[in-house]
Design a protein. Structure first.
Length: 367
């Protein structure tokens, strides 16, 4: 027997009425309460009166309650400045390397000024004179130099015979412009000085210097001679090239011997060369400018430096940082400049020319 199932339809569900578009009423009530509380505290603060007498009374009452037995008079209030002065004292200023060298130099000046008249000194000067005369025999025969002994030291005087004039223009020469023959004289003197314990001094007796002699020119010329003597070994071996342009002395170092390709890290052999240059710069009062130069070949993609400007700047900074770290120069006496390939000394069309353009120029300006 089958059952009959009836399905009844449910009444339709009415839709929810639309929500009002205005904010709920409780938000308005909350805002009113917040404004009321703020007004209450403003009125309370306006009615408050701070009385110093009442504060002192409250302080004394609090002291009696906390058990304070006696008061200690304060002679000086503790401030941050007082605390710093009590905890720290001015440190004793230790002499720097420059102060020690200057002190030793000042102590040696009186001894250098007073000639040593001992027989040993006289013998050393005589032997040094013979050695210098052997080294400069051809220059002496040509009348380009003159040697003598003054105050137990050998004096080599440069005479006005054309030495010091440019090979390209022997008729017109700028003050301090030297040729290879002039440099050869300094190299021979430096070699003789290394072989003897006697003192050898080179002086300039040419009319070229005397005619234009001022304090600045004399200082630059003297510094130029000192640089040539101090770096004579490096010049003869081709590690550096020293020249003078006006009041500036340029020490030019090939870049291939200084850095690896695309790098600003100093090579070990370059560090030893910089030490020799630093020893030479240490006693010279001058402003030193380190210039970085490159060729026009773009750097490889993905390298540490974006272009030749960054590379030349980094290389100049590495040299300057070495001089500062090793205390050869003070921070205010040295600065750097980067030129990339904008100041070439040779053509960039050949391999040899590009090698000459990759360089570090140490420009010394004596004062």
């Amino acid at each position: 027997m089958s059952k009959k199932i009836e399905i009844k339809e449910l009444p339709p569900v009415e839709d929810c009425p639309p929500c009002p578009t205005v904010a709920p009423l409780y938000l308005g009530t909350f805002a009113d309460m917040a404004i009321l509380l703020m007004a209450f505290f403003v009125i309370l603060l306006a009615l408050a009166v701070f009385s110093p007498e009442k504060l002192q009374t409250m302080d004394s009452v609090a002291a009696s309650i906390s058990g304070v037995q006696r008061e200690i008079e304060v002679f000086q209030e503790a401030t941050a400045e007082n605390l710093v002065m009590e905890q720290f004292r001015s440190a004793r200023v230790e002499p720097t390397v420059y102060d020690i060298i200057e002190e030793e130099r000042s102590e040696q000046r009186p001894r250098d000024a007073d000639p040593d008249t001992s027989p040993a000194r006289s013998t050393e000067a005589t032997n040094a004179l013979e050695l210098v005369q052997q080294r400069l025999a051809s220059q002496i025969a040509e009348g380009k130099v003159e040697t003598r002994i003054e105050e137990n030291r050998v004096v080599v005087e440069l005479l006005d015979t054309g030495a010091g004039q440019s090979e390209s223009d022997s008729s017109v020469a700028e003050p301090g412009q030297l040729d290879r023959e002039f440099i050869e004289i300094f190299l021979q003197v430096a070699t003789a000085q290394s072989e003897t314990s006697g003192l050898i001094e080179v002086i300039d007796g040419t009319e070229l210097i005397e005619a234009s002699e001022t304090r600045a020119v004399d200082t630059v010329a003297r510094t130029y001679r000192d640089v040539l003597l101090a770096l004579s070994n490096e010049i003869s071996s081709g590690q550096v090239n020293v020249s003078r342009e006006g009041d500036e002395i340029i020490i030019r170092i090939p870049g291939d011997r200084s850095f690896s390709s695309g790098s600003a890290r100093l090579r070990p052999n370059f560090r030893s060369l910089l030490e020799s240059i630093g020893d030479m710069l240490l006693p010279i009062p001058a402003i030193t400018r380190v210039e970085g130069h490159t060729d026009n070949v773009p750097l490889s993609f993905g390298g540490r430096y974006g272009d030749n400007w960054d590379l030349s700047s980094a290389r100049a900074a590495s040299v300057a940082e070495f001089f500062l770290d090793e205390l050869y120069l003070r921070p205010g006496d040295i600065y750097i400049m980067a030129f990339a390939d904008s100041v070439p000394v040779a053509t960039n069309e050949t391999v040899e020319g590009r090698a000459l353009n990759r360089r570090i120029d140490i420009v010394v300006s004596p004062f």
